[in-house]
Design a protein around this ligand. Sequence first.
Ligand code: FCB
Length: 484
Amino acid sequence: MTDSARPRTFDDFVFGSATAAYQIEGGAAEGGRTPSIWDTYSHTPGATEYGDTGDVADDHYHRWPEDVEHIAALGLDAYRLSISWSRVQPGGTGELNPEGVAFYVDLLDALNAAGVQPLVTLYHWDLPQELEDAGGWPARQTAEAFGEYARLMAVALGDRVHTWTTLNEPWCSAYLGYASGVHAPGRTEPAAALAAVHHLNLAHGLAVRAIRDVLGAQARVSVTLNFHVIRPLDPDSAADRDAVDRIDALGNGAFTGPMLEGAYPARLAGDTATVTDWGFVRDGDLDVIHQPLTALGVNYYATTMVRHSDVADEVSDNSGHRESDHTPWIGAREVAFVREPGPYTAMGWNIDAGALTGLLIDLSHRYPNLPTMVTENGAAFDDEVSPDGRVRDVRRVSYLHDHIAAVAAARDAGADVRGYFAWSLLDNFEWAWGYSRRFGIIRVDYDTLERRWKDSAHWYRRLIERRELPAVDDVEPMPRTPGS
Ligand code: FCB
C-alpha cells in the first residue's frame, strides 16, 4: 500500500497511546494495594490463557520512569492511563492510601514535565474485590462508592489530569463480567448484568458530577465506549435489520441512551423483559447519568454482522473474547452472529478501517456538539524479533496507517475528531488471553521485561513529528531512539 497523494494534516489533533493499570503495572501487592476482581479472577484456575496473571505484568509500577522516556521519545502529545482503584483506595471505600496516590502523582508530574497531556481513566475494569464481595456492579452502592472515589481523585490529582474519563467500555464490565463470565468477576447471571449496566451508567453520572464539584464546570470529562458497528447480513431483510436494532440497543444504546440522551432505548425494556423489569432504575437516576461531556471516547477494533435466526436461542458471541457457554447478549433472542470477512488480527477480529470513518461520521451527526476522540485502536499480531533485533510488524503498521487515514477521512467529512490513541504503548496482559496477544507498539520481553521499539513505534514517531501519514514502509529507526 502506498501513501495517499494528498497530504492529510493533523493540526489541532492529539496523537497518543493508551494503557490500563492492571494490564501493565504489576506491583500487585505493593505499596498498600489490595486485590481487585482481576487479581481474583486471573488467579482462578482455567480463567486465563496459561493461568497468566497481572502480578508482574510489564512491571510498570517500578519501570514507569523508563516508560515515560519512551512516551517522550515517541513524541506523544497525550498518554491515556488508568488508575488502579484498589491501589489508591484499598477496598474501594474509606481513606486514600498515600503511597498509592503518590505513585500516580509522580507519574502525572513526569508526564506533564515532558509536555505530555495525561488522559486519566478512573475505571478500566479493576473493581476492588471488597466491593465485588458486597455485590459488585449489580449493587447500587458500588456506583455510590465510585462517585466518592472520583471525588477523592479530583481532589488528590486535580489539574495534573488534562482530561478525565470515568469508565472504559462499561459494556465489557457488565456483559462480559456478569453475563458471559469471560471477564472478572466471572459471573453468569443475566439479570445481574443488566443491573450492572445501570449502575455503571449511574457511576458515570455521579463521577462526572463529583469531578465538576471539585474542579469546576470547565473540568474536561469524558467516557470511553466500545461502539459496536453492527451490520445486517441482508440489508434488504427487515428481520435482519431488526436483529441489528436489538444488538444496537443492548450494545450501544444501553450506554449512549442514558449518558447522552437521558433515556434508555425504547425497545430495551421489552427485549429484556424475561430477564428483568429494570426495577433498579430509580426516579432521578437518568438526570444524574445525563451529564454534559467534553468529549466522547471511542474504542474501535472491528465490526459485527448479524442476521435473524428462527432458532430461538441461536444467539452466540463472536466478539473474540474467550469462549463461554453463556452469551453476553441478554435478551437478543433470535439473533445469530455471522463471521465477518477477513483479513483478521491475531484476536480473530476482522480488519475494516472504513467502518471507523462511518462510525465517527454517524456519531458526529447524532451528537453534533460532542467532539470525539479515538481512545483505543490497534491490533494484535504474532510479532517476531528478527536476528538484527528489529520487530518488523508490517501488518500492525498497515493497520494503524489505514485506521488513522480513516480518522482523517472522517475529519475531512466534518466529524469533530480531536485525537487518536494507539492501543497499546506496550505489549501487556490482554485480560483472559493473558500475555499471548501482543498489541504493543513497543515489545516487552516477559523474561527480562526489556522494552524494544517495534517498527510500528518508529513509524508512529515519524507520523507525530510530521503530522502527516508516512508510507507504511517508512519505518527505519530515527537517530537517538531508545530501545531500538
Ligand atoms: C479493549 C480494552 C483494552 C484492550 C483492548 C484490546 O476492549 O479496553 O484494555 O484489552 O480491548
